[in-house]
Ligand binder design. Structure first.
Ligand SMILES: [Fe+2]
Ligand SMILES: [Fe+2]
Length: 263
């Protein structure tokens, strides 16, 4: 698919997550496990942090490409509503969520933000297109892991209402995957220099989504809970194989190493 058809098909499908028929009240009778809620707090914070990632990304050469910015506009809108939906689950458990929680998160002193670092790296190189190829690859890895994380959480909790909600979120994450992964493959193909830059950045800088924002203990917990154990490890290995299939990115073992680091 060309960039045009990829972005046009995404743009027309993008939209606010429909939760009008989700029975959030059911969590009062059948609450989630403490571990599941701990994962959801993380996911809530990270979905709501998307707009901050967007701020960093728009400072990079990515902002020059109107198709990329069209994607990012719709993407950040969809991620916002994922955060809102998860907020409803947390609130149904009597927890504070949404604006007050997000405001507190942003007022905390930011940790080293890897994405901002990569963005600066992109700016310091004169190669704008190489940076966009890296950004698309980075995005694909993050969307793959996010989607897999939701799938694992749904399976661990076995809660019908949560499963339905996460299924809808995962469908949208799947479209984010499609865009980032197809763009990554297209932009890396036949470009050994872009492949090397991307490989270098992933190998040395990539960390699980949210690592730059959430406390280390929460990142370790989330990775352990969702990606360790037999089912989790096979999910992580599947993502590593997808990364292997991208031009010049084979053998990075990003997920495998991330899981090992948290042990
Ligand atoms: Fe999302
Ligand atoms: Fe996403």
């Amino acid at each position: 698919m060309t960039m045009r058809t990829t972005i046009d098909s995404y743009k027309t499908r993008a939209g606010r997550l429909d939760t009008s028929d989700i029975d959030f009240g059911s969590f009062m009778d059948r609450p989630l496990s403490p571990e599941g809620l701990r994962c959801l707090r993380y996911m809530h914070d990270i979905e709501h942090h998307t707009v901050c990632y967007l701020r960093d990304l728009l400072l990079t050469p990515a902002h020059r490409d109107p198709d990329v910015t069209a994607f990012l506009s719709c993407w950040s809108y969809e991620e916002l509503w994922h955060g809102e939906a998860i907020a409803c689950v947390l609130e149904a458990h009597g927890e504070e969520a949404g604006a007050p929680r997000i405001a507190r998160l942003r007022s905390r002193r930011p940790k080293r933000d890897l994405l901002a670092l990569v963005a600066k790296l992109g700016l310091s190189t004169t190669a704008g297109d190489a940076f966009v190829a890296l950004h698309m690859t980075w995005g694909a890895v993050n969307e793959w892991t996010t989607q897999a994380g939701y799938a694992r959480l749904a399976s661990l909790e076995g809660h019908p209402v949560l499963s339905e909600l996460l299924k809808r979120i995962m469908k949208q994450e799947g479209r984010h995957v499609d865009f980032y992964a197809s763009e990554a493959a297209r932009r890396l193909t036949g470009k050994p220099r872009y492949q090397r830059l991307t490989r270098l950045a992933l190998r040395h800088l990539w960390r699980p989504v949210g690592s730059g924002v959430m406390p280390r203990s929460e990142v370790a917990f989330l990775v352990q809970h969702l990606f360790d154990g037999e089912e989790g490890r096979s999910m992580a290995a599947r993502i590593d194989r997808r990364i292997d299939a991208l031009p010049g990115q084979e053998g990075l073992d990003l997920l495998g190493r991330a899981v090992a680091r948290t042990r």
